[in-house]
Design a protein around this ligand. Structure first.
Ligand SMILES: O=P(O)(O)O[C@@H]1[C@@H](OP(=O)(O)O)[C@H](OP(=O)(O)O)[C@H](O)[C@H](OP(=O)(O)O)[C@H]1OP(=O)(O)O
Ligand SMILES: Nc1ncnc2c1ncn2[C@@H]1O[C@H](COP(=O)(O)OP(=O)(O)OP(=O)(O)O)[C@@H](O)[C@H]1O
Length: 508
């Protein structure tokens, strides 16, 4: 990329999260990722550069090691002309969904007010951004130019139920955090309705359960599923006001990839057949992979797993009703990205309840010796030394600062893996085309070349731990309250019914 010849008209808004905003190049398969900060926490250029460099280093030295070379794209920090950044910001402002702009050119900051992102400013002051491959498009240019490209982005969230003995709420041993959190999110108005998706179904490795999980995501995408066609978002929920899922429109987009094998070209049967095919292909892709990471070093023992089925998942509940509570666990193939991601998530060995007192121990030490923050590598550098310390899986607390620090850093890495997204890019290849290095998945219409990548691998900040602790309590308490209220309502209905019954008997 020639930084000196940047033209804002060649870039378009692509997407954003809580911490960053991404623009994509119209022709080339690259994106620029800019940081966003709360208004009261503006950083200097040097700090922004360091923040971005830390993201790159963490990807290279830690996540690549754990997840494997092929899945992780670290990108590089680039310095852009400030004028380009300013113009780009003005341009994309109108392309951002649901944003009311409020510009103040004097301070070179743009304030956006998207529904749930209104507390963040886009960094236009430093001129630094991350340049990454556009994962919504395959990275082979011959495909990118001539063939339609479909990209499915999944944010799977935490795929296990805590196994730590430090957990005090019984509910946390039965229901996964995602399913519990759903109730709080709906109550807070973040989403309209509770999703049937449960991460434990997706991570089960059991095809039936994975199909159910993916269909549930398609019904209620929230921020866990997005679908792009040729780099454009065609399916996904932006906020609680987004219209509900339109499967027939989605099926229309998908037909070039998955023509229904039943021969129907339109109508609800065709829609269902196309969606089924999408789900089948995505499951196959998710179970594929032979990329070797250094996860061997991380393998957790058989005792370090909680229940394999979440009691709140409709799939789990139906198994329970059928008297098959402990479904045969097919497990994930060890080379696939879901397996590797789950292993990293399980670096959260103690759960936030066990971790929080250790965080407090580190905090007390830092209060006494603030200058030690650097030596402890709280804010980096995320180098080989940092990585090596993560491999110590002991849970015996010897009361030392070193033990507490290792668990804190492992927890931050685990939280990162619990919040990352998986990008699957698919593109049809000709029957006679000699396959390049890319793996192929057969579909009803043609063979599809695919790539799987992981994104949003920014290490979660040390400072977020108290927030996690408080949030955990809120999620569990709210869920327990809701479940108790439901049980009480059911009991009272039954009680009423039995009262009525008694009255009838009296009359007789
Ligand atoms: O705590 P959670 O599980 O709600 O996760 C947050 C995400 O909410 P979600 O539950 O996926 O809707 C949240 O997603 P949204 O921005 O709400 O789409 C962020 O990813 C947040 O991470 P960060 O603070 O931006 O680094 C996430 O916070 P972390 O907990 O990962 O720090
Ligand atoms: N390399 C990439 N290629 C294509 N699209 C990308 C890439 N990186 C990010 N995106 C898109 O931009 C969106 C926002 O990026 P990202 O998830 O990194 O933001 P974030 O602010 O860190 O998210 P969060 O709210 O989870 O903290 C993603 O959901 C994805 O759709």
């Amino acid at each position: 990329m020639d930084e000196a010849k940047m033209d804002e008209n060649e870039w378009g808004y692509h997407g954003e999260g809580n911490k960053s905003l991404v623009v994509a190049h119209a022709q080339r398969c690259v994106v620029l990722r800019f940081l966003k900060f709360p208004p009261n926490r503006k950083k200097t250029s040097e700090e922004t550069f360091q923040h971005l460099q830390n993201i790159v280093d963490f990807g290279k030295n830690v996540m690549k090691e754990f997840l494997g070379e092929n899945y992780v794209h670290c990108g590089e920090v680039v310095r852009l002309p400030l004028d380009f950044v300013k113009q780009l910001c003005l341009k994309i402002q109108s392309e951002r969904p649901g944003c009311v702009p409020c510009t103040n050119a004097q301070v070179l900051y743009l304030f956006f007010f998207p529904e749930s992102r209104c507390d963040k400013d886009l960094d236009t002051l430093s001129g630094y951004a991350l340049c990454l491959p556009n994962l919504a498009r395959l990275q082979t240019y011959c495909f990118a130019e001539h063939r339609p490209i479909l990209c499915v982005e999944i944010k799977p969230k935490c795929g296990f139920i805590p196994f730590s003995t430090d957990v005090t709420h019984e509910m946390k041993h039965k229901v996964c955090r995602y399913c519990m959190h759903q109730h709080l999110k709906v109550a807070n108005g973040k989403w309209k309705q509770i999703s049937k998706y449960c991460p434990l179904d997706l991570y089960s490795g059991n095809k039936q359960r994975m199909h159910f999980a993916l269909k549930s995501l398609l019904q209620e995408a929230q921020n866990n599923l997005k679908i792009f066609k040729n780099g454009e978002l065609i399916y996904g929920c932006r906020d609680s006001r987004s219209p509900s899922a339109d499967w027939s429109e989605l099926a229309h987009h998908l037909k070039p990839f998955f023509f229904p094998s039943n021969g129907l070209a339109s109508g609800p049967h065709c829609t269902r057949a196309v969606i089924r095919e999408l789900v089948r292909v995505i499951t196959r892709v998710l179970l594929s992979g032979s990329d070797k990471g250094r996860l061997g070093a991380l393998r957790l023992g058989p005792g370090s797993r909680g229940p394999l089925v979440c009691e709140a998942s409709p799939f789990g509940r139906s198994l329970h009703r059928q008297g098959k509570p402990s479904l045969e666990h097919s497990g994930l193939p060890k080379g696939c990205l879901l397996y590797k991601t789950l292993q990293v998530q399980m670096l959260d060995l103690l759960d936030i309840e066990g971790l929080y007192p250790l965080y407090r121990r580190v905090e007390r030490y830092l209060e006494e010796f603030p200058e030690e923050r650097k030596t402890l590598q709280i804010d980096g550098p995320y180098d080989e030394t940092f990585y090596q310390k993560l491999l110590d899986l002991s849970t015996e607390d010897d009361g030392t600062l070193a033990f507490a620090l290792t668990k804190v850093q492992q927890y931050r890495v685990a939280m990162t893996a619990k919040d990352c997204s998986i990008m699957i890019a698919l593109s049809p290849c000709l029957q006679d085309a000699s396959p390049d290095q890319r793996p192929i998945v057969p579909s009803s219409r043609s063979r599809l070349a695919f790539s799987v990548s992981v994104l949003d691998l920014d290490l979660k900040p040390y400072e977020s731990i108290p927030h996690q602790y408080v949030l955990d309590g809120k999620i569990v308490n709210y869920y327990s309250k809701t479940v108790r209220a439901k049980d009480a309502a059911m009991m009272s209905t039954r009680f009423k019914e039995s009262e009525e019954c008694t009255l009838v008997l009296h009359k007789v």
